[in-house]
Design a protein around this ligand. Structure first.
Ligand SMILES: Cc1ncc(CO)c(N)n1
Length: 225
């Protein structure tokens, strides 16, 4: 189980330390785990994350555009559906219960940290191929998978249980595995089985690393409503 989300992901993740740990063990995450995160910060984060998911869904739709095989298209379109039909429902539901309407959510003013991250991902896709795009998308998908799984095992409070269950649950974990397989297969198809020897590999790792740092910035933004 050392490579639960595929081979390429685990290699890119190792290259991105210590930023990866700063992302997956951020104070915001530890606050979700212990139930000590202020509700105000959580709701502020969720509103920003709703806007994030709009652009993230657009980036996955771009992955459909950049696909070269039917199976790549299927994997990308499955992720678009999981985001729009499932993950965004969590945000809508929790915010509605807190008195924040869907219209208010959609009209949320985007914070600079949020804008920087999503446009970085989209730009990786606009100017590159599917590999550049997936390298920028992977930290978001798999990081939350790792966080959800760990918090499912370690949480000492049920306050943020809905959030933890969404990312630690079977559906989200299966989505992470599917993206891991998509990344491995897309790399092999374009760069060959020895894809780490390709001159493109270090650049892809750099994109992954930058996206990881932008995730750290997103949590930090969450702490400052
Ligand atoms: C900022 C951010 N990264 C990753 C995910 C997981 O989809 C999310 N919802 N928000």
């Amino acid at each position: 189980m050392s490579e639960p989300y595929g081979k390429a992901f685990s290699l890119m993740r190792a290259e991105a330390e210590p930023a990866w740990r700063a992302y997956t063990h951020h104070a915001f995450v530890e606050g979700l785990k212990a139930g000590t995160l202020p509700r105000e910060a959580f709701l502020h984060y969720l509103q920003q994350d709703y806007v994030f998911l709009i652009h993230f869904s657009r980036a996955w739709a771009l992955a459909v555009v950049k696909s070269e095989t039917h199976s790549e298209m299927l994997a990308a379109v499955g992720t678009v559906n999981a985001l729009v039909a499932e993950e965004m429902q969590l945000h809508i539901g929790i915010c509605e219960a807190a008195g924040i309407s869907q219209e208010a959510l959609f009209a949320t003013r985007e914070r600079a940290e949020n804008l920087a991250y999503t446009r970085f991902v989209l730009e990786a896709g606009y100017s590159g191929d599917l590999l550049d795009l997936l390298a920028a998308l992977a930290p978001c998908v798999m990081g939350y998978g790792e966080i959800g799984k760990r918090l499912t095992a370690e949480a000492t409070s049920t306050l943020y249980g809905d959030w933890i269950d969404t990312y630690g649950g079977d559906d989200y974990q299966a989505a992470c595995k599917a993206v891991g397989t998509l990344l491995d297969d897309a790399l092999e198809r374009r760069l060959g089985a020895e894809f780490t020897s390709s001159p493109r590999w270090s650049r892809l790792c750099q994109t992954f690393h930058t996206a990881t740092e932008l995730e750290v910035g997103f949590w930090q933004m969450g702490l400052t409503p």
